[in-house]
Design a protein around this ligand. Sequence first.
Ligand code: HEM
Length: 134
Amino acid sequence: MNETEIFQQIGEKGITDMCAAFYRKVPNDDILGPMYPKDDMGGAEVRLRDFLLFRIGADTTYLETRGHPKLRMRHAPFEINFRARDRWVKLMDEAMEESNIPAETAKALHTFFYQVADFLRNVREPEMEDRFKI
Ligand code: HEM
């Protein structure tokens, strides 16, 4: 599935709903909760939503309000290890399910989220990396 097909399936509403569901979970999460700004969860939700509308729906609001995404740079202040990566993707999987994202679309988005989350890892964990050696 490509971006256009995904956007046709879920539209702006699907993206908005899944971001809202995701950010309802974040504050209660033991790993992610402490990383996010408690007094600006609404703002964080809008930033993720606008980014996804840009990335999947080619909407330019994110670029106009935030500029180039530079996601690795913007995530540099947070310690993103394997556990944080997996927890982010898990909460988003749950959020997609709760927002009734169709299974095929959720699967395609899961692959995208996992790839971005892995790319955002910014701490070395050699003992964990060993597990992935073939
Ligand atoms: C790997 C685990 C991840 C962690 C621990 C994490 C954590 C965070 C935190 C703490 C923020 C700051 C919240 C705010 O004030 O906006 C943030 C922002 C953001 N994250 Fe993540 N994130 C992760 C993965 C992802 C993924 C997979 C994506 C995209 C698919 C993403 C997209 C964004 C965007 C667009 C912003 C707002 C950037 C801005 O415009 O300032 N993040 N993230």
